[in-house]
Design a protein around this ligand. Structure first.
Ligand SMILES: [Zn+2]
Length: 137
């Protein structure tokens, strides 16, 4: 169900931003979803569409564009940074499936490719955010 809550908060934020910019109509919202965000994109898009239907004229003809943000990780030991997608290639199917649902699992399986330390942090690619809003005044 959290896809619905996320979709709603994105739309609320978009409307607020549009009000600040004095936009009468929002024509496009670009949304970025991190690779490590636990979300079912199909459900999220469906939730967006359904919630938009219940909104007023401001969102009537809005187009939502969803982009995936790459996840990058940084080793706390040697400061090496690497892409989550590279790491994912080395995992077997069960592991990558598990990470899709529980990103924290990545911490259990992953090691810094440079120094082998299991101590690293997620720099980007977590969470959902609005990257741009287009509209008419
Ligand atoms: Zn390292």
């Amino acid at each position: 169900m959290h896809e619905w809550a996320l979709a709603e908060s994105i739309l609320v934020a978009a409307v607020e931003a549009a009000e600040k910019e004095k936009l009468k109509i929002i024509s496009e919202i670009k949304i970025s979803i991190g690779e490590l965000q636990q979300i079912e994109q199909d459900i999220f898009e469906f939730a967006l569409e359904e919630i938009i239907k219940t909104q007023g004229d401001k969102l009537k003809n809005v187009k939502t564009v969803i982009e995936t943000e790459k996840s990058t990780l940084k080793c706390k030991n040697c400061e090496h940074t690497w892409d989550f997608s590279d790491m994912k290639k080395k995992l077997n199917e069960d592991e990558s499936e598990a990470i899709h649902f529980i990103p924290e699992v990545a911490f259990v399986h992953a090691r810094c490719p440079k120094c082998g330390s299991p101590d690293f942090e997620i720099m980007t690619g977590r969470g959902v955010s609005i990257t741009s809003i287009k509209g008419e005044r």
